[in-house]
Design a protein around this ligand. Sequence first.
Ligand code: ZN
Length: 209
Amino acid sequence: MLINTPDGIGQLAWEKMDGLLPAIVQDAFDGRVLMQGYMNREALAHSLESGQVTFWSRSRQKLWTKGETSGNTLQLQAVHADCDGDCLLVLAIPDGPTCHRNTDTCFDEEAAVTPALAFLASLERLVTEREANRPEGSYTTTLFEAGTKRIAQKVGEEGVETALAAVAGDREELINESADLLYHLLVLLKSQNTRLEEVISVLKSRHGG
Ligand SMILES: [Zn+2]
């Protein structure tokens, strides 16, 4: 249930936990769970009005807008309540690391807790970092130094190799070539200052998302 009006706020099961609801914050782009906090009515209303995720701090007994001291805010995208209205799922775009440990999420950043598809987003972040810092000895740096023409050529080659592997019925080769293709495509998109999110938006709009 999407919560986006005062009416919606009023329908939640506030009485169950003395006016508080647990709020799970999920990265709106890659689906990673970033953190969990508590909201009261005021915190939820403030989050919806300001577009900045705001909690009720139980230790300080006051509203706490995430990032008010660290600057690492969470830009609110949407709030959903669960089936019986006693838990909130908050979709947000983080601006900087969410956790005080300077990590993206309060949960361990191990492969086990990262949804498989979210790895594509972390690969994109790595490519972005390589483009900015150009570390020596990195293949990605070599590609950026060689320029768009070279990167585009690699995308073409990997595309053909992927197609040929499928035609040959070589499943293992198909998987390997597809991995190469996706990686080089991310590099090509970055070289044109284009984000994977923009590509996914087109896919979503074509398929009713
Ligand atoms: Zn944390």
